[in-house]
Design a protein around this ligand. Structure first.
Ligand SMILES: [Zn+2]
Length: 462
């Protein structure tokens, strides 16, 4: 990390906290959306559908008259907003690829005087340059209310103390003093660094957590797992009410260790920088697509009518930069048989969040293999692991071993990997003290330099 990047962030943390709180809770219609979401979660299915259609029609109408890109796209395809008479009619609008946003970036921002504040954020840019995305206050308030409802589903109220471990930056001056966290008084949060968790620092993290005494931690699965794993080695457990995970795929092996160390459920939720879809976990541990937030279409990934789908999402709340039928690259698995969740919400059920399209290994014959966490089955001596694929024939297994790691652990993982990927691939292990994180501090369990677009998704048991 360059010290110039971190300069003055100490003062920035406080100011940022105040700014975020002001924007999220005071300036945005957060309170109104919070009350709305507490009611709408119990709506019958037809009412939810009607609501979605009304919002979708508004968004399409708005995009046509205020966003140059959509005016052009609709005209080219002979579509008028009035032609969208049901949810299904959205098929008449072409799917939006990330590349389309990149190429038409300026024309995708709404041209209107009625958006008083544009909130900037970046896509994490796992492939290519990150894209700047804009949000309006409605989207900011709605999303904040939605996350507060997710916390409530996990038994946590907005005023309770929460620690975060989500790739946030901590000031250089603090890091120099071996303080890997900061306190955001405006949000009543302990913001911890995802970049400094190690055998040497774990006890300091534990001390800070005990002193702050949070009811929950919200973080990246990889960061929470690294912390929990090191705590487990030292026989330290901190009971919490809940742990929330998001932004990366939560692996079963990570979930087990996190839940044991923090003596509570790990509650996973899904959202993304483009803000077109959200999936949250209810009190019964079931993933639900949130219909009030985005209109989600599921694009089948298999050729044999399997249950794996890519999420195509349309924002129902972001009028600053409307994204209609955006192809997210994120894969989910739906249940084989209908699931009636005991929570009684009429929200669609998702069995698993599989991960991103670009989290796949491409085999020499062009098969795409994802979700490889089962290769670590029976191995507990690894803190972090990443599969790096420089070309079609090679896989490098990067690992951060713990103290009890033995060479046979590595061989066992390679053996499991060979069974899954087989063919004529060459495998090697690279031991590292730390594996660098990607955009916004996110950890990628697979990094492939091979172009996946020519590959075929392989259906697999996960
Ligand atoms: Zn449920």
């Amino acid at each position: 990390m360059k010290s110039s990047d971190w300069k003055n962030i100490n003062l920035g943390t406080t100011l940022n906290g105040i700014r975020h709180t002001m924007v999220k809770r005071v300036l945005s219609p957060y309170g109104r959306y919070r009350r709305f979401l507490m009611k709408s979660q119990w709506w019958p299915e037809n009412k939810l559908r009607q609501y979605q259609f009304k919002k979708l029609r508004n968004m399409i109408h708005y995009a046509y008259y205020h966003v140059p890109y959509y005016r052009r796209l609709f005209d080219q395809n002979g579509v008028k907003p009035e032609d969208i008479r049901s949810l299904k009619d959205i098929n008449r609008i072409p799917i939006l690829e990330k590349e389309d946003i990149r190429l038409n970036h300026k024309d995708m921002v709404a041209k209107t005087k009625f958006i008083p504040v544009l909130y900037r954020c970046n896509s994490s840019g796992t492939t290519g340059k990150p894209i700047t995305l804009y949000r309006n206050l409605h989207n900011v308030g709605f999303e904040h209310a939605l996350i507060m409802r997710q916390y409530a589903w996990g038994g946590i109220q907005p005023w309770e103390r929460i620690a975060t471990l989500k790739g946030e930056l901590i000031a250089d001056s603090k890091i120099d003093k071996e303080q890997y966290w900061t306190y955001s008084s405006a949000e009543n949060r302990l913001v911890m660094s995802s970049y400094h968790i190690s055998e040497n620092t774990v006890e300091m993290y534990v001390k800070a957590l005990k002193r702050f005494n949070p009811v929950a931690i919200d973080g990246y699965p990889s960061s929470l797992y690294a912390l929990a794993k090191l705590m487990l080695e030292k026989n330290i457990r901190i009971p919490l009410k809940a742990v929330f995970t998001s932004s990366e795929t939560l692996l079963t092996s990570q979930k087990q260790v996190i839940e044991y160390v923090f003596a509570c459920r790990a509650i996973d939720y899904y959202g993304m920088a483009e803000r077109v879809a959200a999936i949250h976990t209810c009190e019964y541990g079931q993933y639900h697509i949130i219909p009030e937030y985005g209109y989600v279409e599921l694009l089948n990934c298999d050729n044999d009518n399997g249950d794996y789908y890519e999420i195509i999402g349309t924002s129902l709340t972001n009028f600053a930069m409307p994204l209609i039928r955006y192809r997210t690259g994120d894969i989910i698995k739906t249940p084989e048989n209908p699931v009636f969740c005991p929570c009684c919400r009429n929200y669609p059920v998702v069995e698993k969040i599989i991960g991103r399209m670009d989290d796949y290994i491409v085999t020499p014959s062009g098969k795409l293999i994802g979700r490889l966490d089962h290769i670590f089955k029976g191995i507990s001596n690894v803190i972090q692991a990443q599969l790096y694929q420089p070309d079609r024939e090679h896989i490098v297994l990067r690992i951060v071993p713990d103290k009890s790691y033995r060479e046979q652990d590595g061989k066992k993982i390679l053996n499991n990997l060979q069974k899954r990927l087989g063919e004529k691939m060459l495998f090697e292990i690279e031991r590292m003290s730390d594996i660098p994180r990607g955009g916004r501090g996110k950890f990628k369990s697979v990094v492939s330099k091979v172009n996946i677009s020519s590959g075929t998704f392989e259906r697999q048991a996960v």
